[in-house]
Design a protein around this ligand. Structure first.
Ligand SMILES: Cc1ncc(C[n+]2csc(CCOP(=O)(O)OP(=O)(O)O)c2C)c(N)n1
Ligand SMILES: [Mg+2]
Length: 886
């Protein structure tokens, strides 16, 4: 036994404990905490390695005697809650009555019903005259319960309820999960891709404070509540950003983790306790942690406990706790209390039913209310509520606490009858058999109560704003005159051109302060560091230190009014911040214009799921894939050199993608983006790739705008007559096409025209849509732009070269008349000089010339020997393997 073990001197140990008790009683828990911390610090000072992290006991954080009274009418709320429960089940069962093809979830909402209902009845403000509304991130597969409440509120009809998961045949139907794209007046936040909800919620809270600090919108009093599953905390996205929330002391943020101990396959942490684990993780990240483990029926047992009951609670693992609730009272008596005869003795007078009814915290209105109130009032930290519940609560033998419950979408009549009885529902046997939706008359006390509660909180939730009533005025194209007239003799990159466009926008009187530059620690990469001092980097606490470079022109300035959101090396976080800003028109009725500039490789590929969620969220803003292009970003090698983000970006239906070559193209695209997103309030967003190769940018030719926006415009015409060959280039590879055109003219007497293709994706989309129209109606109403440009009769062969995969230019093949050859950068990138890489991937001017000659040979215009000669002339190695596989 170590010399200082308490067992050595029980009297001394008792004195210490008595002293603690005294301080808690007389001076309060805060003072006790200070003293204990001081004591530990002193011990540390003496070199003692004492670790005091780790969870507290497996009991409620708020002691029973400190719980506030439950306001309102708890009995009435219970009846309403039971109706919501029933209708939630009916939603899923009715949708699956013909077959189980449509799917849906019953068990998750049944475990979370109390957690939602306490919020709806007592806490969550709807947007109204004196409150902009709380922002509630609802766990995706709990949506049937949310619909069920809206049904009782009279916001969703029975007809609509029957359209659950039938968004085509019963259009508009009810979405499986929260999807603003499909229910734009209702759902605000897409959450069902596990982990994204909590991550986006953190940044929503952060952004909300940004708006407030910058004086753009008063967001005080608005809270962000995020509901998540305990299984969902497996996702790195769920926990990965909690440190930011802690560090930034986001007390406008509340997480509610529904700890039903189960995920889809089985227990979340069967061999331990998920609540205990999450407690330490969140506390370590600086959060206020409120555990809601036990319901009030445990209170008398806990009040009398000498430590043994809590010891047993601490000992049992989640795997066991789950089994208890899938069995019965006798089982709990024997296996939980029976572990110690003394403990079994304490419940000897209780019936099995009473033991069975010992409830969990997350199913106890009083305990949940106490936690919510404490969370809502807590200052200086975000709060996480860890609520212990039962998965499939009330489903009985149909799934309660069973491993199969997540997937359960069937309940037989007996189970439904048992459910009705358990929740005291006034539904006839016939109603049960038919699984009728249940909505009592408007004038019943329950319905009146339900509505009165919501009226008090400003109206119904969820609800989503589609547009702002007063859109901002946007500048005309002349605001970017610097880009339209070209760079003269100066060599610049499209990244520099973009930064100048951004700088011009920041100067704009109407819009300037609505621009939100977002960077994941890459400002210097993109040449944006000049903005540090100019507009400042946002920090709620300002700058508590003098920066190292304080004396320089572009010093690192942090400020409470700072405009730049510096997210650190954190693409997922930055993307979430962008989503918050890009949906500010809806959530805050305040239009913002976010520009998120990132390494293009770490965009669609790395955080593609968040970008998909942005599309669903109807985000409006600009994404800038910086230092893009497989061969243009040359030194960084395989994991940096992006040659496929445009292939990925075309998969997002409301994302417009552009690969501009010149500053004036960047300006035209961004200005039109502002028109569409800010003035017209279209729910689209933009992806632009920008590069770091420096060259001269010409002035814009008159009338080029239309082509730039639709996807292609001619940058070189042939001196006279028809061209022999037509070249398509994009981004920096456009210059390779121009150089190829020179060589073709000089060395091969081939007259060549050159097009800058700003967007293969837009060209393809428009043409596909026209084809569809023709297929269905016999005729397309317009000619697609690609046909306008290239004609519909076979003419001069077309060669496209791109710094992206061949699939990108290949996307317009169906509408290119005659021969079409594509060059692209399929394969893994690698580092070398640009010229070497462009030779390797076969997209440089030499390869374009050869491709053009080859096309002419194939169409019989020239002899094959000309191609052979060119291959020799330009020293092209034909023995090399195809780079696509390398
Ligand atoms: C990224 C992602 N992976 C997997 C799924 C499929 N999925 C939906 S719900 C679920 C289990 C959820 O368990 P938990 O978070 O504990 O929620 P509960 O239903 O228990 O409240 C899974 C795996 C998903 N929706 N998203
Ligand atoms: Mg769970």
């Amino acid at each position: 036994m170590p010399p200082d073990s308490p067992e050595l001197d029980p009297i001394e140990a008792e004195e210490w404990l008595d002293a603690v008790e005294n301080v808690v009683e007389h001076d309060g828990p805060e003072r006790a905490g200070e003293l204990l911390e001081g004591a530990v610090a002193r011990a540390h000072g003496l070199g003692a390695e004492i670790q005091i992290s780790g969870p507290t006991s497996y009991v409620n954080t708020i002691p029973a005697d400190q719980e506030p009274e439950l306001p309102g009418d708890p009995e009435m709320e219970k009846r309403v809650r039971s109706m919501v429960r029933w209708n939630a089940i009916a939603t899923v069962l009715r949708a699956n009555s013909e077959s189980s093809e449509l799917g849906g979830h019953i068990a998750s909402y049944q475990s979370a019903a109390m957690l939602y209902e306490i919020g709806f009845n007592h806490f969550w403000h709807a947007p109204s005259a004196d409150h902009d509304g709380d922002m509630i991130y609802i766990q995706g597969h709990s949506s049937p319960g949310i619909y069920a409440r809206s049904f009782l509120e009279g916001r969703i009809s029975e007809e609509q309820m029957l359209g659950f998961r039938q968004e085509v045949s019963r259009a508009p139907g009810l979405s499986s999960y929260p999807h603003p794209w499909l229910m734009p007046d209702y759902w605000q936040y897409p959450t069902v891709s596990m982990g994204l909800g909590p991550l986006m919620a953190i940044h929503q809270a952060y952004f909300s404070r940004y708006l407030n600090d910058r004086g753009l919108r008063n967001t005080e009093g608005r809270k962000v509540w995020a509901f998540l599953g305990d299984g969902e905390t497996d996702e790195p996205e769920t926990l990965g950003e909690i440190a930011l929330a802690g560090r930034e002391k986001l007390d406008n943020l509340i997480f509610v983790v529904n700890c039903n101990l189960q995920r889809l396959d089985g227990p979340v942490y069967g061999n331990g306790k998920i609540i205990q684990q999450l407690e330490t993780v969140f506390r370590g990240a600086g959060w206020n942690v409120i555990k809601v483990v036990w319901g009030r029926r445990w209170d008398p047992l806990l009040a009398e406990d000498d430590g043994l009951l809590v010891q047993r609670m601490n000992e049992a693992v989640d795997g066991e706790y789950q089994v208890y609730k899938s069995r019965d009272g006798a089982y709990v008596r024997e296996n939980f209390f029976g572990a110690y005869p003394e403990l079994a003795e304490r419940v000897a007078d209780m019936s099995d039913e009473q033991i069975w009814n010992l409830n969990r915290g997350g199913h106890d209105a009083r305990k949940v209310y106490a936690a919510y109130k404490a969370a809502a009032e807590h200052k200086g930290q975000p709060t996480v509520i860890l609520a212990k519940t039962i998965k499939g609560y009330g489903m009985g033998e149909a799934g309660e606490g069973q491993n199969i419950t997540h997937q359960q979408k069937k309940m037989n009549v007996e189970a439904l009858r048992a459910f009705r009885d358990r929740f005291d529902l006034d539904i006839s046997d016939e109603g049960v058999e038919q699984i009728s939706f249940y909505r009592p008359d408007e004038n019943t006390p329950e319905m009146k109560y339900l509505k009165a509660r919501r009226e008090k909180l400003g109206g119904y939730l969820p609800q989503r704003r589609r547009k702002t009533d007063s859109p901002l005025e946007i500048p005309g194209l002349d605001a970017f005159a610097g880009q339209l007239k070209g760079s003269g003799d100066r060599e610049i990159s499209t990244t520099m051109a973009f930064v100048r466009v951004l700088a011009a926008l920041l100067r704009d009187k109407q819009l300037g302060d609505r621009v939100v530059p977002i960077v994941p620690d890459e400002s210097r990469t993109f040449g944006m560091e000049g903005m540090f001092r100019q507009i400042g980097i946002y920090s709620h606490v300002g700058q508590l230190y003098e920066p190292e470079d304080a004396g320089s022109m572009m010093f690192y300035k942090e400020s409470q009014e700072g405009q730049i959101m510096q997210q650190g090396i954190n693409e997922a976080g930055a993307m979430s911040a962008w989503i918050a800003a890009a949906t500010s028109y809806s959530n805050h009725d305040t239009q913002m214009i976010p520009f998120y500039a990132f390494y293009s490789m770490f965009g669609f590929q790395r955080v593609g799921d968040l970008i998909w969620a942005a599309g669903d969220s109807r985000a409006r803003g600009f994404l800038l894939g910086g230092t893009a292009g497989r061969t243009t970003l040359n030194g960084e090698g395989l994991q940096h050199e992006d040659g496929h983000s445009h292939v990925l970006s075309q998969t997002v239906p409301n994302c417009l993608s552009y690969d501009p070559a010149y500053g004036y193209e960047v300006a035209v695209i961004i200005q039109d983006g502002l028109r569409r997103m800010v003035s017209e309030q279209e729910d689209v967003f933009y992806y632009l790739t920008i590069e770091n190769e420096n060259y001269r940018h010409p002035a814009m030719a008159e009338g080029a705008e239309e082509g730039i926006l639709k996807g292609m415009h001619r940058v070189r015409e042939v001196p006279e007559g028809e061209p022999t060959v037509r070249l398509l280039g994009s981004g920096p590879i456009l210059r390779q096409a121009l150089e190829a055109a020179d060589l073709l003219a000089e060395n091969h007497d081939v007259s060549t025209e050159v097009w800058s293709v700003t967007s293969y994706t837009e060209l393809r989309r428009e043409a596909l849509s026209a084809d569809r129209e023709a297929r269905l109606t016999g005729e397309a109403s317009g000619t697609p732009w690609v046909t306008e440009c290239l004609g519909s009769e076979p003419g001069a062969p077309v060669v496209a070269a791109s710094d992206y995969m061949k699939a990108l230019p290949d996307g317009i093949r169906a509408w290119v008349p005659g021969r079409f050859e594509v060059l692209g950068t399929d394969g893994f990138g690698r580092s070398d000089y640009r010229a070497e890489l462009r030779d390797f991937f076969e997209v440089d001017h030499r390869h374009i010339v050869v491709a053009a000659l080859h096309s002419l040979a194939e169409t019989g215009a020239i002899d094959r020997s000309v191609v052979k000669e060119a291959i020799e002339k330009y020293k092209i190695d034909t023995d090399r393997p195809d780079p696509a596989g390398l």
